[in-house]
Design a protein around this ligand. Structure first.
Ligand SMILES: N[C@@H](CCC(=O)N[C@@H](CS)C(=O)NCC(=O)O)C(=O)O
Length: 230
């Protein structure tokens, strides 16, 4: 895409996806942007047209004039850096927590949640005759590997939220850490609520109450992770 033909910010948004966190951030920033809606295919994967925007082929992707940015962490940092005007920047005392949670989301938490999802659907995606065996193998991996790790991370996050106040970097409003963690915790609360403590559920509720979040929800369309009973 070139700056001659496309001006302003465009979000390539996928239903029920991480790109919801980018819509939330853009609504908090109160800057104009356009959404191109993409729909997951029957198998849950992104449609191939996303690959034409960026070879990564996953959502979110944004374009800003001539610039194309993929990976939600990169997008969040790009948008706050370029359009934040000092908003959503942590105080010095919250800087390390902000860095940690900004990167922890996609580096550690999301891969485990995605493993959990893939392990649970693996049997139904296998040839019928092999399903009992596949179920045995994947439930062993889930019990031995994924669930103990997720339990440990749920405690790390709950303990942190018991100390930091309303937002992960300890300030009065959200920072990149919150924009990033929002999707992971919404998905987690929706899919595995019994693993999570009250502080995490309150935190997700706090995000959902924000007017900017609600506007993002209306604009984004189908998003199953905002409906969790908290
Ligand atoms: N780490 C990437 C993950 C991107 C990602 O996997 N996005 C999902 C939506 S939540 C997707 O596009 N899935 C469809 C697919 O993998 O084909 C990011 O944070 O942007």
């Amino acid at each position: 895409m070139s700056s001659e033909t496309v001006a302003g910010i465009t979000v390539h948004h996928l239903n029920n996806s991480r790109s919801q966190r980018i819509l939330w951030l853009l609504e908090e920033l109160e800057i104009p942007y356009k959404i191109v809606h993409h729909k997951r295919q029957g198998d849950g994967l992104a449609p191939v047209e996303l690959k034409a925007i960026h070879p990564i082929g996953t959502a979110p992707i944004i374009t800003d004039g001539p610039v194309t940015v993929a990976e939600s962490g990169a997008i969040v940092e790009y948008l706050i850096g370029k359009y934040g005007n000092g908003k959503f920047v942590p105080s010095e005392s919250g800087m390390v927590d902000n860095l940690f949670f900004t990167h922890y989301t996609e580096g550690t938490v999301m891969p485990l949640l995605v493993n959990k999802l893939i392990f649970s659907i693996a049997p139904s995606r296998s040839p019928f005759i092999l399903r009992p065996l596949v179920r045995l193998v994947f439930s062993g991996l889930e019990t031995g590997f994924v669930l103990p790790r997720l339990t440990g991370h749920a405690k790390i996050i709950e303990d942190h939220l018991s100390k930091c106040g309303d937002w992960l970097a300890g300030g009065q409003g959200p920072t990149s850490a919150d924009f990033m963690m929002s999707f992971a915790l919404e998905a987690w609360v929706s899919e595995l609520p019994d693993m999570l403590g009250p502080k995490i559920k309150e935190y997700v509720g706090r995000i959902h109450e924000r007017p900017a979040y609600q506007r993002a929800l209306t604009k984004g369309g189908e998003y199953k992770y905002a409906k969790a009973a908290l």
